[in-house]
Structure formats: structure tokens, C-alpha cells
Write a protein that binds this ligand. Sequence first.
Ligand code: KG4
Ligand code: ZN
Length: 363
Amino acid sequence: MNILAFESSCDETSAAVVVANRGFKVKSNIIASQVDTHRLYGGVVPEIASRAHTEAISRITYEALDEAGMTLSDIDVIAVTANPGLIGALLVAVNFAKALAAANNIPLVAVDHIKGHIASCYLGGKGNVAKPPFIALAASGGHTAIYHVVSHTELYVIGTTRDDAIGESFDKIGRMIGIPYPAGRGFDALSKEGFIKATGDSENFYEKYKKSAAYKDKETYLPSPALNDGSLDFSFSGLKTAAINLLHRYEQLGKEIDRPLFAARYTYEAVEAVAKKLSLALDKYPGHDLCIAGGVAANSHLRNRLRAVAEEHGVNLYIPSLDLCGDNAAMIGAQAYYEYKKGNLADSTLNASALDKIEAERT
Ligand code: KG4
Ligand code: ZN
């Protein structure tokens, strides 16, 4: 089955051709990123995003088909992200996909963006494909949640941030210490520098960090975003506010913050909180494998730390390759395959929605 998929929920316009035939093959995955435009404003400007999607979508569709060596007549299913995301941005690909499907008489499938992120864990190739049931972390600019993935099409929230998302917090704090938007990648690299500086070890820096003088320094204390109530929930706004206050305090005192050490401390608290809650989730759901997805799944410290968590629990860890962590249409194509098989087809009334529709698990 040949699937042409679209994604336009935030600041990346993407079109991909995914072939599902006893496993997935990504034939093309074209991503037109708008980050250079939004960088000027320090974050995504929704109207600019919608306009840029409108400009890019036809071109990248031809590119995706060309690269896959296909034409529309080879396509069996058209898939599109319908929620959640920026409404004006989502509407661009939803309308485009609807028109393309109607004009060519091709079935249309609507995909939830978060389910799509998790489906990136099905694209790893032989021996590296997650199989439900499993526990999944979706960590991105807009999401930080833990899911119980019961089947390819059924999943429930078992833990979530009560306020800010982890990626957004990296972006905001990163901006304050001079890292250009989106700050995640730069934050990752600066933290590494800080961990090495704190421990003097360029390999086992993360493991040694907790015992370092830098971590024990009370002046640069930052709180954990892991809620201490037995739940699987987080609060990233507390960590973010404490970090902002710390930076302001230094500024008022005319002192210069050690950027790498500060970034390392921030990253450590964020990563440890995620590791703690995922550990708890794996305790609650014995025998379930672990998947991590979303832009923040590209974080090197998080990836390494969660390898250890999975190992401690004796379960497999699935992490998408770096190019599949951020927003892309290939992951939407993978999820669309399972939705199609379940008979979840969209009709001509399909609309986009900004809302997150995945429900909490009832216990
Ligand atoms: O999934 P994504 O591309 O878009 C959303 O759906 O939000 O995630 C983007 C987020 C941004 O906040 C970006 O800073 C973050 O992922 N990110 C990272 C890294 N690479 C991207 N955060 C931490 N470490 C990274 N290496
Ligand atoms: Zn995303």
C-alpha cells in the first residue's frame, strides 16, 4: 500500500510517501522548515506559519512523489494531520489533502499528530519496530505526556505536564541565555559542555554529575519538574520560573552566569524528571516496552538516560532516528496505515482541530 502523507501542524510543512508492505519503507520525507523565518521573532508566529505552509505544500508534494518515483495514480491512501496544532497551520494541509483525495478518488485518512509522533517508532526497520502494548513518551514543543499504547490505534494518557511542555521550556530558557530559536539542539550541546566542565570527564559525565561540586552548589539550585504526588505528571513551569529568577538574580547582582553549567543543571533536572516518571510507568505496566518520540526525543542526554531506564526494567527501548523525531509526514503515513486498516476513513466533512483528543486512561 502506497501512502502519501501530509503534516502542517506547526512550523514544518512536510509531505512523504510511505510504502506499507510487511513493514514500512519511507520512500520520501520532504520537510520544508520555517525555523529561519520564525527565529526573527523568537518563536512561531501562527499567521506566518499558515502562509508559509500554503506557499510550500504543492512544491513539496511534487518533490515527495518524484523522490519516491511515483505519480498520484500509484497512491492508495492520502493521510493528513488533522489535530492538535495551530489551527490555521493544520487547515492548510487538511484542505490540500481533501482536495487531492476528492479530485483523484483516493481514500483519505485523518491522523492525530501525537499518534503520528509515536508511529515514528514503527519506522525503525527490521528488528527495530515497536509493538503494542507499550509505554510511550511524546516530548515536543507543545507536548510532554506519557501514554499507554494499547494497540496501534488505541492509546491513553497516563501522565502529562500540568502546564508547560518540556520543549517549550528549553526554547524559552535557551533564548534567555542567547541560544537561537528553536533552542533545543543548542541547549543539548551547551549542556554537554557544562556536564564535562562539572565532572572533568568527557565520557561518563552524566552519571558523575550528581556528585559534582557544580550540582551541589546551592546558589544555582533548580527544582525538579517531577510532581511529588505518586502521579506520572510533571510541572515544567516551576522549573522554568526558577531558572528565570536565577538568571534575573545574577543580572541584578551584576554577576555573569556560567552558561554551560546552568544549561547542564537545567537539562539534568528535566531529564531526571522524565526518567523518574517513565520508570514509575514501567513499574505500573510490567513487561511493556518503552518508546520515545517528538522533537525532544532528539536530546542526547535524554536518549542515553532512557537507555539506562529501559535496561534497568529489562525492556526494549525504541527511539526514532534523529530525522524522524521532529515534525515530519512519514510518521503520519505510518499511523495512517493502521487507521486505514481499522476502517477509520475521513469523509468530505473532515475539519482540523487545535485540540488534543487523546483521553486519560481510566483506572
Ligand atoms: O516535535 P517537534 O518538532 O514539534 C512540535 O510538535 O512541537 O518538537 C520541537 C521541539 C522544540 O521545542 C525543540 O527545541 C525541541 O523539540 N528539540 C530539542 C532537541 N531538538 C529539538 N530539545 C532538546 N534537545 C534536542 N536535541
Ligand atoms: Zn510535533
